[in-house]
Design a protein. Sequence first.
Length: 90
Amino acid sequence: MKKTDLEKNKAKQIVSSMRGGATPDRYGQGAATAFDKREQRKRDQALGLVPFACKLDSELIAQLHAAATEQALPMNELVAALLRKGLANN
């Protein structure tokens, strides 16, 4: 290999290592907290939570986001509460 090829490979490694880092929150808040998906999955399983995906209308999603911010609740808790209330009415 030529010296220029070695330097190009070093540069590619540096660039890929820079891109691989986690993006910090706004202004670096929470940059120290590492998000580990395995740990989150284990916590969710311990709580008995199961992922549930569905497709909803964008207007309905906007209403859900507005209600979540108004009530200062996470989206998961708001949807769970609404589903329980709706199922109780049936």
